[in-house]
Design a binder for this molecule. Structure first.
Ligand code: NAD
Ligand code: ZN
Ligand code: ZN
Length: 400
């Protein structure tokens, strides 16, 4: 049925300011350009990146912005420009990075820095020096495209911006191809893992869980998982990682002990700008004060710790999201220890063929991370449950 003759407006989760996500009635999306498609969302998820919006740490959000960037569903309308690439009725996962497929960056597989998909490129250039790709349900610096925590979503550049899903896979097995699975995979790829490597992963949220399993599949000798939430550490241990609870013991001492004093060769930051604040990590108190007075955007404890403990000539991989500025980064240690730092928003579709095969071959079923499934209307409450890590929450899937 064409969306236009539906009688009720659609529902979507919208941002209205700090800690204020509402389930609103909004206008249905429409085809605006010939390369657009409209997708009826069957499943969507809440991501750690949504929490940065929830806490108002990412600039350039506007009240009423529809959030959500991890979604999948059925194509219900297509523009003429998608002919031969995408058809009505097809089941797709929508990658969170919108990409054109033929600019210089896209041709190199650098989809999250597509040169054409950010409709607010001029604004982004002012903030970042260069525009990066358009993203769903995120800041206006990345195009301000309405997101997919909604009944329907418009997918711009849909002839390229999609991942077709085999019928044999459930929504739960396929959904995370749009974000956290390739994010964990890319985090491990950035480490160029060798069979002798110890890979330490800070943060055992959904991204950390995917990074831990990816590092194992990519052949790491040992993976160390760092967090303070027991069930998240337990989930990491269940697949063979060594768990370190940073609230109970010194991360630096434990990593030294596990590596004959040499430190892990590879370190992954799956925490980002909002690491835990506590007296046990005094630098975080100063960072928090600076964030509150807008002297910096990001808390740097995890990055500082990684720089200190990483083995010389090692690699630091940063999938965790940072917003802008951070103080007291020991760049002298990076330089003198010869460390390589690699970071990115995920180039999602660079990895998804490989990952689809891994899922189909039964090597990894990404649905293991889901702890909560709820209707879209419960979204505002589920944001809090996920943020507070209450009720054992690790990953929330919403059903519009
Ligand atoms: N690069 C990308 O494209 C991309 C994609 C998805 C998510 N992300 C980012 O990845 C990060 C993690 O996302 P998530 O969904 O797993 O979120 P999450 O908030 O559920 O997980 C973060 C975890 O870090 C832990 N943590 C806090 N302080 C810590 C510390 N000092 N040491 C170790 N662990 C600590 C928390 O307890 C929590 O379990 C976020 O910053 C998110 O924005 C990036
Ligand atoms: Zn995300
Ligand atoms: Zn492009």
């Amino acid at each position: 049925m064409p969306l236009a003759i539906r009688e009720t407006p659609m529902r979507a989760l919208a941002w209205h300011g700090k800690e204020d996500i509402r389930c609103d009635e909004v206008s249905d999306p429409e085809i605006l350009h010939e390369r657009d498609a409209i997708v009826k969302v069957t499943s969507c998820a809440i991501c750690g990146s949504d929490l940065h919006l929830f806490h108002n740490f990412i600039p350039a959000m506007l009240p009423g912005d529809i959030v959500g960037h991890e979604m999948m569903g059925e194509v219900v309308e297509v523009g003429r420009g998608t002919a031969g690439k995408l058809r009505k009725g097809e089941r797709i996962v929508v990658p969170f990075t919108i990409f054109c497929g033929d600019c210089e960056q896209c041709r190199r597989g650098n989809f999250s820095v597509c040169e054409r998909s950010n409709r607010n490129a001029a604004l982004a250039e002012k903030a970042f020096g260069h525009a990066t790709a358009g993203l769903f349900g995120y800041t206006h610096l990345t195009g301000g495209y309405p997101g997919g925590q909604a009944e329907y979503v418009r997918v711009p550049l849909a002839d390229t911006t999609h991942i077709k899903v085999p019928d044999a896979l459930t929504d739960e097995q396929a959904l995370f191809l749009g974000d956290i699975l390739p994010t964990g995979w890319q985090a491990a790829k950035q480490c160029e893992i060798e069979p002798s490597d110890t890979v330490a992963v800070w943060g055992c949220g959904p991204v950390g869980q995917m990074a831990i399993r990816s590092a194992m599949l990519q052949g790491a000798r040992r993976v160390v998982a760092i967090d303070e939430i027991p069930e998240r550490l337990g989930m990491a241990e269940a697949c063979g990682a060594v768990a370190v609870d940073f609230s109970q013991e010194s991360v630096a001492e434990r990593l030294a002990e596990l590596t004959d004093g040499k430190g892990p060769e590879k370190c992954i930051d799956a925490v980002g700008m909002e690491n835990h604040v506590g007296l046990d990590q005094p630098d975080t108190l100063l960072d928090r004060a600076k964030q509150m007075t807008m002297l910096q955007t990001d808390r740097g404890h995890v990055l500082r710790e990684m720089i200190r403990v990483c083995r010389p000539a090692g690699i630091l991989s940063i999938p965790g999201v940072y917003g802008g500025l951070m103080d007291k980064v020991p760049i002298g240690l990076v330089m003198n220890k010869g460390l390589t730092i690699r970071a990115a928003q995920t180039h999602v579709t660079r990895w998804t063929d490989e990952l689809l095969k891994i899922i189909e071959d039964g090597l990894l079923d990404p649905s293991f991370v889901i702890t909560h499934t709820a209707p879209l209307e419960d979204g505002p409450e589920m944001y809090r449950t996920f943020r507070d890590k209450s009720d054992g929450c690790i990953k929330v899937v919403l059903k519009p």
